[in-house]
Structure formats: structure tokens, C-alpha cells
Design a protein around this ligand. Structure first.
Ligand SMILES: *Cc1c(COP(=O)(O)O)cnc(C)c1O
Length: 354
């Protein structure tokens, strides 16, 4: 048995892998592989529509919000968002709470002015800043809801009258939020939703069409909205697997149900980190992420031995990001509590052995 704690691409539900593999050989008894099915066929159109419908249903979106599945990763959205929402002379506010937000800032600067309203960069992104002001004339405020690399998470949506834009790549569908409060949400699929290669974009259609620049056809959200996310060939397989994962989530009871499980899983692991004399968490307790749990050892010289021990038990993917070291256990939606328990057991056993 392998316990996969990878940060992304990451674990998906076992049954999704089984259904996706079956569809590669014979999709819905068509005798065709999902990989060779035309994207304009009624069969694939139904997949796209079900996927978009499930997003609306699970996130309780109102009719102003449109759901798109677009090519690329979240990094594509770093530039597509300001290209569509920000004119050259206008400014947007960004929060610098992680490496990804930092990269989003650099891209936005190509399209307009950027106000960095807060930053925890000098403290190695170990907390979420609480006191900051957003200028009234900022076109939007951009946040990264979960800090995948350092393991912090906005516990609540910041209070602001500004339009809100969020990168939710690593905590999409993991907890209940008022998603209608956001004018734009984007997420690369490969952390909590599906395979790499597709982005989920949720956009309030009222914020589109306000910038003066010419936008390349494929970059303009309005064209994708008009064509129901079928402007060109979508990443069909990736969309299909997302749809299967969303079906799985719905059957489980939707976002409120998965949030309960995620809270329980995170508590299990953080409690052990806090109890165990060998390990220590790396971020402010109040800002701890439900998805990416980062920790180190009091004695760093023991880290390779723990890594080796964990590996011998089938635990993979717990190495910290190449920029942070230590450990990071990603416990996304598809990770069962029983797997987290295996990691906790390994930490306890290792404490006895040392
Ligand atoms: C992984 C990640 C990204 C980058 O996604 P790509 O698909 O590699 O472009 C951006 N933002 C967050 C929060 C992430 O976790």
C-alpha cells in the first residue's frame, strides 16, 4: 500500500482512477476511448455541461457567475486575470502571502499598477497578515487562499469593499466559503480536482468587458463564456476526470461534508506534531492550512532517517518543497483519514525508536 502525500499533481479518489481508466478503453459504451472522442460530440458536450453544472451546484453559485474550464495551469491565470480586468493606468491590490502570490504580482505588473498591500515574505511566509488597508480605487484585491508551499491558509475571506479575486488552486472544494463574494476564482486542477492541464475559472460576468486593451481571442474570458467553455478544443480528458471527481464529491455530501473530514484529518496530524517531542510545526498556529501541513524536526540531522523510515512504510511525497526543506504532508480531499493515521503512527514509532 502506498500513501501519497504529494503536493501536486496529487492524490485523487481511487474510484475516479478506476472510472477514468475504463473510459480510456471504452467511454460510456460508445466503443471509443475518451481520448479519441470529438469534443463537439453530444457525448463530450454532456461531460462539459455536467462538470460546469457540478461546480455551480457544489459552490452554490448565483446566475451572475460563469464556470469555465480553460487550458493551462494557474500560472496562466496570473497573466490572464489582469489582462482581462486591469487597464494600464489602473491599479490592483495584491497580497504577498506565498511564492505563488508573489509570482502573480510580477505578472500583473505587465498590465497595470500593482499595490502590494501586505507581505509575509520577510518571515518566510509563516503567517497570514491581518492588518492592512486596500485603496478604494483598487480595481480588485487578489489573494491566494491557501499557501501550498509554506502551509498557511486564509481562515476567512478578508473584509473589503473591493472586488475580490482569488487563486484557490490548492484548497478549491475543500471548505465552505461564500464563493459568490468573489468576482473571479481560479484554480489549477492538479491539487484537489483532477489531472494537470486544466484550470477552473469562476467569473462574475459583470466584471468583464471593462478594459480598453485588445485581448487575444483565446485569452478573452468573454469568448469562453459565450462558447460555454468550448471556444477551441478543451483538454477533454482532464475535464472528464474533474467531472468524475466532482461527482464523487457530490455523492459524499458536497463541500460541507468534505470540510468536516478535512478538519478532522488536519487536527489528527497537527495534534501529533504538537505532541511529539521530535517534530515542530513551521507556521503560526492560527494560520495553519487544512491542506498542506509543514513541519521540521528539532534535530534536523534526524530528518533523512525519518524520511527513510516513512518510505519503508509506503509513505511517499512528504519532502518539503525544494525551497523550504523539512516535511510537507499534503492531505487533500481524496486523502483518507486512515492514511493520515499511518503517518501519525510512523511519527509515534519514530519517537520511540529515537
Ligand atoms: C500549484 C499552484 C500554482 C501553480 O500552478 P501551475 O498549474 O503549475 O501553473 C499556483 N498557485 C497555487 C496556489 C498553487 O498551489
Amino acid at each position: 500500500m502506498i500513501y501519497n502525500f504529494n503536493a501536486g499533481p496529487s492524490i485523487l479518489p481511487r474510484e475516479v482512477f478506476q472510472q477514468a481508466s475504463a473510459a480510456v478503453l471504452n467511454f460510456n459504451d460508445t466503443g471509443l476511448s475518451i481520448l479519441e472522442l470529438g469534443h463537439r460530440t453530444p457525448e463530450f458536450t454532456a461531460v462539459m455541461e455536467e462538470a460546469r453544472g457540478l461546480v455551480k451546484e457544489l459552490m452554490l453559485l448565483d446566475d451572475e457567475h460563469e464556470v469555465l474550464f480553460l487550458h493551462g495551469g494557474a500560472s496562466t491565470q496570473f497573466m490572464q486575470v489582469p489582462m482581462n480586468l486591469l487597464d494600464g493606468k489602473e491599479s490592483a491590490s495584491y497580497t504577498d502571502t506565498d511564492v505563488w502570490g508573489h509570482k502573480a504580482i510580477a505578472e500583473a505588473k505587465l498590465f497595470g499598477k500593482v499595490e502590494v498591500v501586505c507581505s509575509s515574505r520577510e518571515k518566510n511566509y509563516c503567517y497570514i497578515p491581518k492588518d492592512f488597508a486596500v485603496p478604494n480605487d483598487s480595481k480588485y484585491l487578489h489573494i491566494t487562499t491557501n499557501n501550498t508551499i509554506y502551509g498557511t491558509q486564509w481562515q476567512a475571506i478578508p473584509h473589503t469593499s473591493n472586488s475580490l479575486v482569488a487563486d484557490m488552486s490548492s484548497d478549491i472544494f475543500s471548505r465552505v466559503l461564500d464563493f459568490n463574494k468573489f468576482d473571479l476564482i481560479y484554480a489549477g486542477a492538479q491539487k484537489n480536482m483532477g489531472p494537470a492541464g486544466v484550470n477552473l475559472v469562476v467569473v462574475n460576468k459583470n466584471v468583464l468587458g471593462k478594459v480598453k486593451r485588445a485581448i487575444p481571442t483565446i485569452m478573452d474570458y468573454r469568448n469562453h463564456v459565450k462558447e460555454k467553455s468550448m471556444l477551441n478544443t478543451p483538454p477533454v480528458f482532464a475535464v472528464y476526470v474533474c467531472m468524475l471527481t466532482l461527482r464523487w464529491l457530490k455523492a459524499l455530501g458536497g463541500i460541507p461534508a468534505i470540510e468536516k473530514l478535512n478538519v478532522a484529518k488536519a487536527r489528527l496530524l497537527y495534534n501529533e506534531i504538537d505532541r511529539n517531542s521530535l517534530f515542530v510545526g513551521t507556521v503560526e498556529v492560527e494560520d495553519r492550512s487544512l491542506m498542506n501541513v509543514c513541519f521540521v524536526m528539532h534535530d534536523p540531522s534526524l530528518e533523512p532517517a525519518f524520511m527513510q523510515y516513512a518510505k519503508s512504510l509506503g509513505i511517499v511525497g512528504i519532502a518539503g518543497h525544494r525551497t523550504t526543506g523539512g516535511f510537507r504532508a499534503s492531505i487533500y480531499n481524496a486523502m483518507p483519514a486512515s492514511s493520515v493515521q499511518v503517518l501519525v503512527g510512523a511519527m509515534q514509532k519514530f519517537e520511540e525508536m529515537n
